[in-house]
Design a protein around this ligand. Structure first.
Ligand code: OAD
Length: 260
């Protein structure tokens, strides 16, 4: 451990069992093979968000939108959590006050065993009736891959189903926002693998900071948050998080895996 090492500083701050909130983005799933949205290999390089991830796009061409989601579901179904997911899952069970807010819709945090996950942008494995027909539940799981019919229809009213994700121009659900704003009242706020350009998720780090949290970013590239956080760690999630974990494991500290 070298003095001024940001990884060691983060591990040091985790020693006393602080209240921790982590915001994750697509970069955390990159090592699992899930494409990110921005950057040279990002999904938005080849697809226009307004043609695929808005209510208007769905209204215009539900088949096209569902073909894209079906393709992503097939791709994600083959992916497994990577070591970044595993470390975060271990922390969620070790720290009594730990919340993970994810913008990812892939479900890999849950697959890794993370508890107390707030799915900020919904889940690609959930569906709901497009018309919100009165007979249907608010939303439900459907993990069929590939989908037998595209676009799939609501089993209650036979109208259209839509993916259970948040599209551009849509609001975040009030219970998700409530849980997130509760979670920013923490001691340590980590933002990991997100380009920090999509709001309101991107505002959570500033919110946490204004409430007194120590803020840390983990990302191989600079983002709009990099200059504002207390500690910016330049590196990949699947490298930095295990390094922090191994320092923690080598330290004597009292926090036990009490929530498992
Ligand atoms: P982006 O694709 O915008 O950003 C991914 C970030 O991950 C970038 O800042 C990369 O530098 C970083 N990154 C890449 N590989 C990494 C690695 N191995 N470890 C750590 N970081 C890495 O994805 P998000 O920020 O998640 O929303 O995007 C936010 C939202 O925009 C998404 O939830 C989605 C998208 O459009 C909706 O669809 C509503």
């Amino acid at each position: 451990m070298t003095p001024g090492d940001p990884v060691a500083e983060l591990a040091g701050r985790m020693k006393s069992g602080p209240r921790i909130t982590v915001l994750t983005g697509a970069g955390v799933s990159a090592a699992s093979g899930v494409p990110t949205f921005r950057g040279p290999l990002g999904l938005w390089r080849n697809y226009a968000p307004e043609q695929l991830a808005t209510p208007e796009a769905f209204r215009r061409d539900p088949k096209l939108v569902w073909e894209w989601y079906n393709w992503r579901r097939e791709l994600i179904a083959k992916c497994v959590p990577n070591v970044a997911h595993t470390v975060l899952a271990a922390w969620s069970r070790r720290y009594p006050d730990f919340t993970l807010i994810t913008q990812n819709v892939d479900g890999l945090h849950e697959k890794a065993g993370t508890i107390n996950v707030v799915r900020f942008h919904g889940s690609i494995w959930e569906v709901l009736c497009w018309r919100r027909c009165p007979s249907s539940p608010e939303r439900w799981w459907d993990e069929s891959v590939p989908l037998p019919n595209i676009p799939p229809s609501c089993p209650y009213c036979h109208g259209l189903l839509r993916p259970g994700v948040v599209w551009f121009g849509e609001s975040i659900g009030s219970s998700v926002l409530d849980r997130s704003y509760e979670a920013v009242k923490c001691d340590l706020f980590l933002t990991v693998g997100t380009s920090a350009v999509v709001h309101p998720a991107a505002s959570l780090v500033a919110e946490a900071s204004s409430l007194g949290a120590f803020t840390v970013e983990i990302n191989p590239e600079a983002t709009p948050s990099s200059g504002a956080v207390d500690l910016a760690i330049q590196g990949r999630a699947e490298v930095v998080l295990p390094s922090v974990e191994s320092l923690l494991k080598n330290q004597e500290f009292e926090i036990r895996d009490s929530r498992s």
